[in-house]
Design a protein around this ligand. Structure first.
Ligand SMILES: Cc1ncc(CO)c(N)n1
Length: 233
């Protein structure tokens, strides 16, 4: 396990690295939490298709509410991105979430017999509310770096665990497609592009602001962890 302290500044860290990406610094200083999220029991059971159907159903219901807030966050990212060139990949990704991913949820809800009320107005778990609040707050900051930091944790962590379990074939489409939605070449290149956005901004920020971004990255990881944990409550 990495022995880096969360206090290691980006400046200190890059001195020992040639071409160290800002987002790799963020991951390195929160390595333990990162590993815990991407190797969560939920992802392991999903990868073995041994995940309990009710556990997955509850997770999907909560996640659809997460996705609604994520769509709003992407809207804020689009509005605060520095140029049209930067807005376009965000717009395309937003299009995917609201088409392919949205219909994945619709088809899964039907296959899993999820009541209408749970699809449109579910009882939110505390972890879902907390994550929504973090995204809403980042959106309200109207600060592109803050906004994409939360966004990066969400997409990069999903890419990481999904890639680990994407080799096998799945008998249930709602398991298999949930993995392939987060482990395909287009998604991979979007996540890399998104990280690059922050890799470019990060090094230009003051040490204090870099520390704030690091804290936001950590809070986002905490939200991911709690979100998976609450599938088992
Ligand atoms: C909780 C959570 N984090 C990240 C993603 C990826 O968008 C998701 N669907 N749900």
């Amino acid at each position: 396990m990495d022995t880096l302290q969360s206090k290691t500044s980006f400046e200190e860290w890059t001195e020992q690295k040639s071409n160290g990406r800002f987002t790799n610094w963020l991951k390195a200083i929160h390595q333990e939490k990162w590993e815990s999220v991407i190797n969560h029991r939920f992802t392991n059971e999903l990868g073995e298709e041994s995940l309990d159907k009710d556990t997955f159903s509850q997770y999907l219901v909560q996640d659809y509410a997460f996705v609604d807030q994520l769509v709003k966050l992407i809207g804020h990212a689009i509005g605060t991105a520095p140029s049209l060139e930067d807005r376009i990949p965000l717009v395309n990704f937003l299009g995917q979430v609201t088409s392919e991913e949205n219909t994945y949820f619709q088809r899964s809800f039907e296959a899993l017999d999820i009541p209408e009320k749970d699809q449109t107005d579910p009882q939110l778990l505390p972890a879902t509310k907390k994550f929504q609040q973090l995204m809403a707050e980042a959106g309200r900051s109207l600060n592109y770096a803050n906004i994409i930091t939360v966004f990066i944790v969400a997409e990069w962590s999903y890419l990481s665990w999904a890639s680990r379990i994407s080799e096998r074939s799945y008998s249930k489409f709602y398991f298999g497609e949930w993995v392939s939605l987060h482990a395909n070449p287009e998604f991979r290149s979007f996540v890399d592009w998104l990280r690059n956005q922050l890799d470019q901004i990060g090094p230009t920020l003051s040490t204090e602001r870099q520390q704030e971004i690091s804290e936001l990255f950590e809070q986002s990881l905490d939200c991911e962890q709690a979100f998976f944990d609450s599938a088992y409550l």
